[in-house]
Write a protein that binds this ligand. Structure first.
Ligand SMILES: C[S@@+](CC[C@H](N)C(=O)[O-])C[C@H]1O[C@@H](n2cnc3c(N)ncnc32)[C@H](O)[C@@H]1O
Length: 184
């Protein structure tokens, strides 16, 4: 099992036909497509990325699969609160890091990631799920991971259940999958 498979298992169980979901880091569009399949034609997926190349890849992938239930924003996820009402989103996925097969000098950063996670928690409906995958230790360093791992334990346990799942028998900075449920 890798971090993405663990996250997909949780999202698959959670997301229903007709839901509104956000892919906060569109990249090559794999998670956007995954969410688009889960929400079906009556649902919708919004996906954010700061790189036009990522938005174009995501658009191509979803068009290849004949999807119409998505909107793409070439915009930082740190602006996402401007686009949706609070308490309306069923699931928000963050897959941090850099664009697969893209530049390694453009990647998610502590300050914007933290702000986006905070905003996302307000956007989640009660009972909603947020997923994070943290990458660290290479070009992207440790500051984003450290900022998020410092922030998450401060969330009120009456409002959120936070599960951090580090791999304990893998070497070389394995990604960390995290699940956050907003209590009902
Ligand atoms: C690991 S990739 C995402 C992979 C993607 N989910 C997929 O299925 O291919 C991380 C993406 O986050 C994007 N990113 C970096 N900073 C961002 C920001 N502030 N807002 C939105 N996206 C950002 C990068 O451009 C990159 O495409």
């Amino acid at each position: 099992m890798n971090a993405l498979q663990i996250i997909h298992e949780a999202v698959r169980k959670h997301v229903q036909n007709g839901d509104f979901c956000i892919d906060a880091t569109a990249g090559r569009g794999n998670d956007t497509l995954f969410l688009s399949n889960l929400v079906g034609n009556s649902g919708h997926v919004a996906a954010f990325d700061i790189q036009p190349e990522a938005i174009a890849s995501t658009e191509n992938l979803l068009r290849q699969h004949e999807k119409n239930n998505f909107t793409l924003y070439c915009e930082s996820h740190a602006k996402m609160k401007n686009y949706f009402p609070e308490e309306t989103i069923s699931c928000i996925m963050f897959n941090f890091g850099w664009l697969p097969k893209g530049r390694h000098d453009i990647f998610t950063k502590a300050e914007t990631s933290l702000s986006a996670v905070e905003q996302g928690l307000h956007l989640l409906r009660s009972g909603g799920l947020m997923t994070l995958i943290l990458y660290y230790g290479r070009e992207n360093g440790f500051s984003e991971r450290d900022a998020l791992l410092e922030y998450l334990p401060t969330l009120d346990s009456n409002c959120y259940t936070v599960l951090e799942m580090p791999f304990v028998n893998r070497k070389n900075c394995p990604p960390i999958p995290i699940l956050i449920w907003k209590e009902k």
